[in-house]
Design a protein around this ligand. Sequence first.
Ligand code: GTP
Ligand code: MG
Length: 623
Amino acid sequence: MNNLMRRAQQVQYWRKYCIKQCATKTATGSEFGAIPASNTRPNYDDFIGKRQQQAQRSILVQVSSEKSYPELYNYCSSFGSIINAQHYCVRHDDDLHYILLEYASAGEASAAIDAGAYSAELSGVPVRSPFLWFRAAAAGGKRSAKLAAASATSQPLLPLDGTRQLDSGLLHSLLRGAGNIEEQVLLLHKHTQLNDLGVRMRFLAALQVQQAVSGMFPEAQAQPFGSSVNGFGKMGCDLDLILRFDREPIPSNAPAGEPSRLIYHTKENLSNGRSQTQRQMECIGDMLHLFLPGVCHVRRILQARVPIIKYHHDHLDLEVDLSMSNLTGFYMSELLYMFGELDPRVRPLTFSIRRWAQASGLTNPSPGRWISNFSLTCLVMYFLQQLRQPILPGINALVKCASAEDVRITEDGINCTFGRNFEQIGFRSRNTSNLSELLLQFFEFYSQFDFHNRAISLNEARALAKPDHSAMYIVNPLEQVLNVSKNVSLEECERLRIEVRNAAWLLESEVENTTLSESERQETAWGLLNLFKNPEKAIIRPNMFFKPRMVEVSDLFDKSQTIDPPITYKNTTVRQQIQSIKTATRNELKQLRSSTSTTTSTATTAAAVTAASTSSNKGKRSR
Ligand code: GTP
Ligand code: MG
């Protein structure tokens, strides 16, 4: 009971602390993530379309170093006007340097590509693509090329080394220097999210695939989806790509014209849809592997529920997952994109939670019986929907405001219709909680969530009775008979529950860090950093939480000081408290021994143990 009261008091204290520390920064838009006015939020199709056009205007040129830029700029300007230039390195044994150039029009980029030549020294199949390299000028022309390049370039080469990820030491030191947890969450988002160059590179990879098949399939579309485009991607994230040979018919109110009397001859499909897709994917996989520059290490995973081809793009240093069926993944990305646009707190919060999950070893880049990033993101979205003052609407509310232009039915009949116009949706959250409060509330919410009996529905924004015995059940928003988290084992679900409790406990105890001085804050892993432990350290055995004590009291009195692993105390106050209990107890024991009364001795030790145990609720032993 006492513990419960203390806990409630701590939470109260924490809330006051958050409010005091973070004031109203997020609710009004901070320096990092200003709330976009609704009319500045591009809808998903516009955003995708703009990026696809940008890719059509771009070429990627390998250079010997960024110092080649003036010469390259000068040379390439003869094909058109360059409006953007960015540099990055791919690190192998040597650093490989690339410059991504954007022209003012697709025609100019195309003229630059058409002016390319095939190297007589290379034996490969010559392919026309936006992936080029900049040959050194012939001996005679070197001087004049350098001279011409010396004239100032009007487009700066920015960024330099643009795909370099912030080293975790530097990131942690930035987070340590933040003013409060809110700021840490925003800094983490700002410094780890996929940048503009990363998005451009991913759309160029998609265009390469699309152009490779466009001769036979002029309507073909290779569309990026997943975290590369939904705003939840971090630097270095993979590219999920869907290749369609034909376009989904877009509903139109215009009267249909006279149907054509000329019909294309078409090869009949002799097998069923799934095996047909698998055959086509095998063929596309071979084509990518044999002909496309940069594509290597092609793997075919054709037996999966959604068959995919995986490959690495050497020039873009990018992992790609290409699928050809299942457009629901694409529309799901649109939903996540919209959730991210609806409130500026959604993405930074999700970034912190994804990083915490990664650091705690809950998520893993390879698929398995652990929770995926996508399922974890669904947990965050649901948490934001079910708040007393919701930060996100339920998907059914979006479906209700759909108009004729929003109708999307996939070829296998899955209805992906929902309102896509932010104005028509008109959702405004009245929730004023800041990011540190939300983070704590997230952990508290899932500490209590009844995964055993309840399923999560993002459609209804509420928990439902669980329809089967899966350890974790998240209704697939676009195919409601499926469970997004079907793969999660009972053990992993339990681990999640333990880790969320642990995280809630760690965040609540941050209250005490208000007393840290500026220099102590720089040296201490406080706030978010407390949550980003080493994965090895983070593995906590489930039985730890079912024990009445968080440390073995006998360990506290072990004179040898060689306990393995050593006891770590939550902070110096706890360490001091334990020390004084130990000293007091030893003194008492000494006195007792001298009075040689065995019965009294036992009672006193028991009292000391109880005292140590109470205090040790704060002393945590890392396992
Ligand atoms: P990271 O790759 O880990 O950065 O995240 P991601 O969001 O890209 O996840 P992933 O590559 O696993 O999946 C790509 C996208 O496919 C997701 O963003 C979803 O839009 C979609 N997706 C994944 N799993 C499911 C699912 O079970 N159901 C539906 N409808 N969509 C899914
Ligand atoms: Mg992905």
